[in-house]
Design a binder for this molecule. Structure first.
Ligand SMILES: [Zn+2]
Ligand SMILES: [Zn+2]
Length: 222
C-alpha cells in the first residue's frame, strides 16, 4: 500500500499520512491550520483532489492533528471519523475540553498549551464515530481501528492488514529512539494501550511525530 507522509514542519512537527485506498484516499490526521497551504499542496502532488478523499481519520483531538479537519471536510467533501470520547473536544474546538474534571497530569499540559496559544482550533462535529475493532473496508481499505486510550480518552490507532500501524501520539520517534508520550491523561489506560500495541501484528509504525520505524523498536520504548 502506498503511504505518503506529510510533515507539518512547525514547532509541533506533526505528521499526516495519506493512504491509497480503493478508488481514492484516506487521510490520517490533518496537521495544524498554519500549515494548511502546504498540506493542500502535498495532497495535490499525491493526486488527491476534491472528491478523491474518502475519509479523514482523527487519531485524537489535539490541535496539532485536527487543525485542518473542518477545512478539509468542506474542500474535499470527505467525512471525519473520530472516537466518541473525543467528540466534546472536537465540538468545542478545545483540545482539553472534557465532560468531567481534567486529570491533574493533563491540567499541567493545558496550562503550558494555553501559554503557547495552541489549545483552540476550528471546531467540528465528526461524521463517523469510531469504535474499537471497526473495519475500514467500506472506505476501500483493509484496516482496523483500535481504541488506544491514555494520551487522550479517545486516542485510536489504524492497523492495516499488511501490518502498518498509524499510532497517533501513543509513542513518538525521537531521532531513532521510540519514547512514551509526556502527556498522559490516564497512566493505567496508557500503559495498557502500549502493552496492547506490542502484541499486534505490526511491521512498521507510523507515529504522529518523528519518522516511521520498525516494530522491533516497540520493545525498547522508554
Ligand atoms: Zn497528542
Ligand atoms: Zn501530537
Amino acid at each position: 500500500m502506498q503511504v505518503t507522509t506529510i510533515r507539518a514542519r512547525n514547532i509541533f512537527d506533526s505528521n499526516s499520512y495519506l493512504l491509497q485506498a480503493e478508488k481514492g484516499f484516506i487521510l490520517v490526521d490533518t496537521g495544524v491550520a498554519t500549515r494548511r497551504s502546504a498540506l493542500v499542496a502535498a495532497l495535490k502532488d499525491a493526486g488527491c483532489r476534491p472528491g478523491a478523499l474518502r475519509l479523514i481519520i482523527i487519531t485524537h483531538v489535539h490541535t496539532d492533528h485536527v487543525g485542518n479537519a473542518a477545512f478539509l471536510r468542506d474542500k474535499y467533501g470527505a467525512p471525519i471519523a473520530a472516537h466518541g470520547a473525543e467528540m466534546g473536544a472536537a465540538e468545542h474546538g478545545d483540545m482539553f475540553w472534557r465532560p468531567h474534571a481534567l486529570p491533574v497530569a493533563a491540567r499541567l499540559a493545558k496550562v503550558a498549551s494555553t501559554l503557547a496559544g495552541v489549545v483552540r482550533f476550528e471546531p467540528f462535529v465528526p461524521d463517523v464515530v469510531i469504535g474499537d475493532g471497526q473495519n475500514l473496508a467500506p472506505y476501500g481499505l483493509d484496516a482496523t481501528l483500535l481504541h488506544m486510550p491514555g494520551h487522550s480518552p479517545g486516542s485510536i490507532c489504524v492497523l492495516t492488514s499488511e501490518g502498518l500501524c498509524f499510532c497517533g501520539d501513543l509513542v513518538r520517534n525521537s531521532h531513532g529512539k521510540v519514547r512514551r508520550n509526556r502527556i498522559v491523561e490516564s497512566r493505567a489506560d496508557y500503559e495498557a494501550s502500549l502493552a496492547r500495541l506490542r502484541t499486534l501484528p505490526i511491521t512498521t509504525v507510523y507515529p504522529g511525530h518523528g519518522e516511521p520505524f520498525r516494530s522491533e523498536l516497540l520493545q525498547t520504548v522508554f
